[in-house]
Design a protein around this ligand. Structure first.
Ligand code: KMH
Ligand code: ZN
Length: 275
C-alpha cells in the first residue's frame, strides 16, 4: 500500500479562537501550527489566512507573507492554499493565491448549503474558470467534494479538459448541508472516483478520526486539522494541529501504514520534484 499522506488544515475560515485558542490568526501562529503539524507527520498544509484580528482574507500579499514565513522554517512542506476562502467572497477574491503559483490549491466542485442562511457558491462556470486557472499556472487541484454530485461534476469537467487526470479528491464529509460522515457514504464516494485517482478524506467534527481510520485501511489519505475539528477526543480540545496529526500517525502505525514525507507525497500526487 502507498504511504499515507497527511494534510493538516490548520486554520479554516469559519473556526475561531473562541472555539479553540490554538486556531492561528497571526503570522507567528501560522508558522507555529504548520510546524507542529509538519513535525508530527503532515506533508501538506491546507491554508486559509486571516488578518491579525481573525477576519478571513484571500489577500494575495497576506498569503505570500504567511507562505514565505512557513517555507523559511519548513522548506520541504507542501503548502496548499484554499481557493474556497470564506462564504460570500467573490471568485476573483478567492483566486488570488493562485497567482503565487503554489504546487497545489483546492478547487471546490459544487454549491452547497453551509448552515443557517449561508450558501457556499461554486457554479459550473466558476469551477471551469478555477480549473483553467490551475492548468495555466501549473497547480495541482485538490478537488473538494462535499457530496457525490460534485464528483460527477469533476468527472464531466475532466472530460471537457478543465481538470487534468489523474485527479486528486478531498471528500469533505459531515458538513451541515453536504454528505454525512457515515461509513456507507464514504464507501459510496470512494467507489465513485476513477481507478487512477487518489483521494484524501476530511471528516468534520466527530467524523474526523473514524473516517481517517477508514482511509488508512482503504489505502486513501487523510486530512485533519482545526478547520474540520477542534477536539482530540470527545469534549477535549486539541492543544494544537500537531496533536491532531499525532493521533492519525498513531492510528496508521497500529495498522502498519507508513507516513509519507512531503517529497514522497509529491511523487504519489504527481507533483514536480522540489527544486
Ligand atoms: N470555507 C469554506 C466556505 C476550501 O478550502 O477550498 C470553503 C472551504 C473550501 O474551506
Ligand atoms: Zn479549506
Amino acid at each position: 500500500m502507498e504511504k499515507l499522506i497527511i494534510t493538516a488544515a490548520i486554520s479554516g475560515a469559519e473556526v475561531t479562537k473562541e472555539m479553540n485558542p490554538a486556531v492561528p490568526y497571526r503570522i507567528e501562529e501560522y508558522v507555529r501550527e504548520a510546524g507542529l503539524a509538519y513535525e508530527a507527520g503532515a506533508s501538506i498544509i491546507h491554508l486559509h489566512v486571516r488578518w491579525d484580528d481573525g477576519t478571513p482574507t484571500q489577500d494575495k500579499e497576506r498569503f505570500r507573507v504567511v507562505m514565505e514565513a512557513i517555507k523559511a522554517k519548513y522548506p520541504e512542506v507542501i503548502i496548499q492554499p484554499s481557493t474556497g476562502g470564506a462564504v460570500g467572497m467573490s471568485d476573483d477574491e478567492r483566486l488570488q493565491p493562485t497567482e503565487l503559483l503554489p504546487e497545489m490549491a483546492t478547487l471546490d466542485c459544487g454549491t452547497l448549503n453551509f448552515g443557517g442562511d449561508e450558501v457556499f457558491m461554486n457554479t459550473e462556470n466558476t469551477i471551469k474558470v478555477f480549473g483553467e486557472r490551475m492548468i495555466k499556472n501549473g497547480i495541482k487541484p485538490e478537488l473538494e467534494v462535499f457530496d457525490k454530485s460534485m464528483i460527477d461534476m469533476a468527472l464531466r469537467l475532466n472530460k471537457k479538459g478543465y481538470i487534468k487526470s489523474p485527479m486528486h479528491f478531498d471528500f469533505v464529509m459531515g458538513v451541515n448541508g453536504g454528505i454525512s460522515g457515515e461509513l456507507r457514504d464514504f464507501v459510496f464516494l470512494r467507489g465513485s472516483i476513477p481507478s487512477d485517482a487518489t483521494y484524501t478524506v476530511a471528516g468534520v467534527g466527530r467524523y474526523e478520526f473514524p473516517l481517517a481510520m477508514a482511509a488508512i485501511i482503504d489505502g486513501g489519505h487523510v486530512r485533519v486539522g482545526m478547520e474540520d475539528n477542534v477536539y482530540i477526543s470527545k469534549g477535549v480540545l486539541a492543544k494544537s494541529n500537531g496533536e491532531l496529526v499525532e493521533k492519525v500517525v498513531r492510528m496508521a502505525k497500529e495498522l502498519g501504514r507508513e507516513i509519507a514525507t512531503p517529497d514522497e507525497a509529491r511523487k504519489i500526487l504527481g507533483l514536480a520534484p522540489r527544486k
